[in-house]
Design a binder for this molecule. Structure first.
Ligand code: FES
Length: 157
């Protein structure tokens, strides 16, 4: 996975900042647009955003790290999220966690070297009754066990 060049990021930030210039509280919409453009918020975008808004780089960084939906590293084409919260744990979630990690050869928040898959932990998907649960590219998968998650992951393109 390659990071976009500094020039590419600066040009995109400039365009996105202009689009939000008249808005009040533009930082979050700017960050969402930058992430939509690159799939993540490159480190090299923080300083230009801070300068454009006349705030500190640390403030931009703080907001990015506060919200779980913002990512500073490129993510895979497929996003697999496995629930690690109590209800799923009580229904055998640990086996699903281990099955997903083994099937993908990844730890939490890691992305495969070919950029195909990112494995993430989540803490309740709101589907507790059908646990243990995961989502694969936002599609929920319930009543999982180690074999079932491995089977679903083997079908990913
Ligand atoms: S605890 Fe897993 S979906 Fe709620």
């Amino acid at each position: 996975m390659t990071q976009p060049s500094v020039t590419e990021v600066a040009a995109a930030v400039d365009e996105i900042v202009r689009a939000h210039a008249t808005k009040e509280g533009p930082l979050l919409p700017i960050l969402h647009d930058v992430q939509a453009r690159f799939g993540h918020i490159p480190e090299t975008a923080m300083q230009p955003i801070a300068e454009a808004l006349n705030i500190g780089r640390a403030e931009v960084h703080g907001v990015v790290s506060f919200y779980h939906d913002f990512h500073t590293e490129p993510r895979g084409r497929h996003i697999v999220r496995v629930c690690r919260s109590e209800a799923c744990q009580a229904r055998g979630g640990l086996a699903v966690e281990e099955g997903a990690q083994r099937a993908l050869g990844l730890g939490w928040n890691e992305t495969s070297a070919d950029g195909r898959v990112t494995l993430e932990a989540v803490y309740c998907l709101g589907l507790c009754a059908s646990g243990p649960n995961a989502t694969i590219d936002d599609r929920p998968a319930g009543r999982l066990d180690a074999d079932r998650i491995a089977g679903l992951l083997s079908e990913l393109g």
